[in-house]
Design a protein around this ligand. Structure first.
Ligand SMILES: [Zn+2]
Length: 148
């Protein structure tokens, strides 16, 4: 193993994340190479100081909050979008639109020959009897359309 590869892998060597063969080769190189051996010692010292730095950090709570936020974000991203919203919502909207058209046509063709023009809009008549406002009327229309 050469110096370049050794330096690149030092951090993984320290964390025991190298595969045993590579780890052995690196260890052998460290014994032979003063330069890499020195690098190894320095890196090891830095690594040893990291837990200390984390504990003595005056912004420990900030660190914790950031950590929590990161994990919360990760959880949000993992949550799948509900299947209903993803697939059925657009479908229901189009079905409702088609149903509205059909019910409109039905009401129009079912208008009694003897009735006046206004009796065609049966929903509006019923809504009028209950003195509903426009938004209630919409709810009622939706209710009737869902019943179909
Ligand atoms: Zn070396």
């Amino acid at each position: 193993m050469n110096c370049n590869t050794t330096e690149k892998n030092l951090i993984f060597f320290l964390e025991n994340k190298l595969d045993p063969t590579v780890s052995g080769q690196l260890s052998d190189h460290l014994k032979e190479c003063a330069h890499c051996s020195k690098q190894y010692d320095r890196l090891q010292q830095v690594m040893l100081q990291i837990p200390e730095m984390k504990q003595s950090n005056p912004n420990h709570f900030l660190f914790t909050r950031i950590e929590q936020k990161i994990s919360a974000n990760a959880q949000e991203q993992q949550q799948p979008i509900p299947v209903f919203a993803r697939i059925f919502n657009p479908l229901i909207v189009s079905v409702l639109m088609i149903a509205t058209a059909f019910v409109g046509l039905y009401l129009f063709t079912q208008t009694p020959a003897t009735g006046n023009a206004e009796s065609g809009d049966q929903v509006a008549v019923i809504a009028g009897q209950y003195e509903m406002n426009t938004s209630d009327q919409d709810i009622m229309e939706t209710y009737y359309l869902t019943e179909e």
